[in-house]
Write a protein that binds this ligand. Sequence first.
Ligand code: PEP
Length: 251
Amino acid sequence: MRAKLVAGNWKMHGRLSDNAKLLAEIVEGCRALPQVRQVVCVPFPYLEQARGVLRGTPIAWGAQNLSHHAMGAYTGEVSGTMLRDFGCAYVIVGHSERRALYGEDSDTVALKYKAAVDVGLVPILCVGETLAQREAGETEPVVDAQLAAVSGRFGANALASGVIAYEPVWAIGTGKTATPEQAQAVHAHIRACVTSGGGVAAEQVRILYGGSVKASNAGELFAMPDIDGGLIGGASLIAAEFVAICRAADH
Ligand code: PEP
């Protein structure tokens, strides 16, 4: 049985004082949830604050991006080793906002994935189709290509070192959620794709759903057999929502 994982993506939100309250409320609300792992992925400047509050609690912290380089003359970049210095356990790679707004292609995302694994971080690899791609019946080939960028370069087993987040682009921050059945169909496809070579067992693959998950829809999504938790954007900034989503995953 795969333990569920709920990951918050704060995106570019936060202030020291607001974060202190949010983190304290999450710690308090998420006590005694043995079946669910929790992580908050905060902006880089707040990693030290997250470490200070979350150290010694069951809640892990992580970042939303990293450089694919280990070190060097890359002004403005942050390496995986630096994230490890701040106690990060996870890092999001290939979020659709980075693909769309910062030109990250799947090859770069694959390098970031490997850079994370190399320093002991668990990458949360985001994949998903746009609305136009879904309407053109291209969901599976799009997701396959995004996964193949990692497995083609680093081997099929590489995908077992991370977490996959299926995030249909049309559902992110839009209030439109994939139905549980729509999400389940893609999750089952992803699991079959990752395990098809035989080197990775189904149990080794954790696949999160992301896209307008809220307390009100988390339970029905997490009840699907191939949905192993969620990557939560907007709702992760509201303590009561995030806690309720974690509770919905605790079974
Ligand atoms: C995300 O940013 O990964 C996300 C899923 O956002 P939201 O929950 O706001 O749709």
